[in-house]
Write a new protein. Sequence first.
Length: 243
Amino acid sequence: MTQTRIWDRFLTARDQQVLAKAGYGKRGGFGTRPALFIIDVQYNFCGDTPEDILDGLKQYRTHCGREAWDAIAHIEPLLHLAREKNLPVFYTESARRSDMLDSGVQVGKNHRGTEKTVIEGTHATETVAPLAPRPQDIRIGKRKPSCFFGTIFMSHLNFLDIDTLILTGCTTSGCLRATAVDAYSYNFKVVIPEECSFDRFEASHAVNLFDLNCKYADVIPTAEVETYLKGLPVRAPFTAPAG
């Protein structure tokens, strides 16, 4: 029996034929040295509590609806497992200066007027409490979609000898996708637990997961990722080399 995927209802009959004939979507598999990555799971994307997106947009223009909190519930067990195994946990934090100068051309494209809910140091740009970072986690501020762009993310991955990135968070069509494509380009294995990503547009979410699974990542059930993490040995606690 063929497994139903979230993107199936968006594909045409021709799309299905091309997919079957061209052979896209093969599994890339896991490596042995993974890191968990939580991308922009902040209140301004998730809302303070689960609510319908049209209600949430009254407070946060970047709100992604109840699906955000559904994803958070799936990310939590992965976060606990990663910490039990002493795996590196990365967070991106997307926030801006009060004058918005560090947004560049994004102000004209994606921002609408004064964006008070994207300012650094505010509640809106904090990671949601259930996934709050701990002191040992690595927090990376970014101003563009990909976490690789203009940051020291790659340096961390090299130093920690990572070969697999487990990507969670939002938005599927934006920052998660951009980071996934760059990670693939740098020859990391990329895994996206399907229930752990979210987007404000249903079609964008589904079709981007489809495209990522076709070419750049393994989009698989969260339960499979949990099984993989449970089977890993506990990694020795990381300590910085003596100076």
